[in-house]
Write a protein that binds this ligand. Structure first.
Ligand code: NAD
Length: 255
């Protein structure tokens, strides 16, 4: 039980990597707040945690709206007393090239970049009050590489990589570590949808040369494999790790 006595906020905890992280944290003893715009899926995550004997609360949250974020933090503290861990996981996938409209740019910047900054801004005072803790941001292989027609998304993930280093520097005196987990292609609902659009199934996605086939391990990853890396960085096992980017990509970016 690596997170016993800890309170964790996971944005985008209703689905995919966020959902797997909420379940994994609860297994390790944390009280978990599922902060997401998707209420039915978020409540379902909470039901699965409580059915297994864990503690969890869904708070409907739009990370791009400051009032919504403020209310989420108030609801978390009212329910669980403090916050020790934040996972900035919520993101949208506006996948556009150089012809993206200003509206498309604003849409993705609002959620992926400004959303991460707003949640951090309002959660950090609570982590400070608790004497310190850990923030894990979701970067990506897309933080570091070029991918065709992905200018909008990759720009936001590159911003997350730099924000992680800057936040780590600024928050070190408060005993708050800030790191990023950078997944390769992970089989979540959104990735399954993108795969279908390209005519790929789970099996062919594993071997396709631009999907799983591009990794050393020759497969796409599972949400729980990312949740395990997030758990490590969130826990005291990573007590001397800050400002780091942990690639969890089956070796994709190492070749
Ligand atoms: N799946 C992958 O292959 C992959 C690879 C690299 C990085 N990532 C990163 O991992 C994270 C999770 O990805 P995923 O595949 O699980 O995505 P997903 O679409 O399955 O889940 C994202 C969650 O965020 C929520 N969300 C969206 N906008 C929100 C908002 N404004 N406020 C609150 N919640 C909001 C959604 O409702 C959803 O529950 C993202 O940051 C993504 O960039 C994913």
């Amino acid at each position: 039980m690596r997170l016993i006595g800890k309170v964790a906020v996971v944005t985008g905890g209703a689905m995919g990597i966020g959902e797997a992280t909420c379940l994994r944290f609860a297994e390790e003893g944390a009280a978990v707040v599922v902060a997401d715009i998707n209420e039915p899926a978020g409540q379902d995550t909470v039901r699965r945690i409580t059915a297994a004997g864990g503690r969890a609360l869904f708070v409907k949250t739009d990370v791009s709206k400051e009032d919504s974020v403020r209310q989420m933090v108030q609801a978390t503290v009212a329910a669980f007393g403090s916050i020790h861990i934040l996972v900035n996981n919520a993101a949208i996938f506006v996948l556009r090239g150089i012809d993206a409209t200003p509206e498309e740019w604003r849409q993705i910047l609002d959620v992926n970049v400004i959303g991460t900054s707003l949640v951090s801004k309002h959660v950090v005072p609570e982590i400070r009050k608790a004497g310190g803790g850990s923030i894990v941001n979701l970067g990506s292989i897309s933080s570091f590489i070029a991918q065709p027609q992905f200018v909008t998304y990759n720009a936001t993930k590159a911003a997350i990589a730099t924000m992680t280093r800057c936040m780590a520097l600024d928050l070190a005196p408060d005993n708050i570590r800030v790191n990023a987990v950078c997944p390769g292609t992970i089989w979540t609902q959104i990735v399954e949808k993108l795969a279908k659009e390209k005519g790929l199934t789970r099996e062919t996605a594993d071997t396709d040369p631009t999907w799983g086939g591009a990794s050393m391990l020759k497969r796409v990853g599972e949400p729980r494999e990312i949740a395990n890396a997030i758990l490590f960085l969130a826990s005291e096992e990573a007590s001397y790790v800050t400002g780091a980017h942990l690639m969890v990509d089956g070796g994709y970016t190492a070749v």
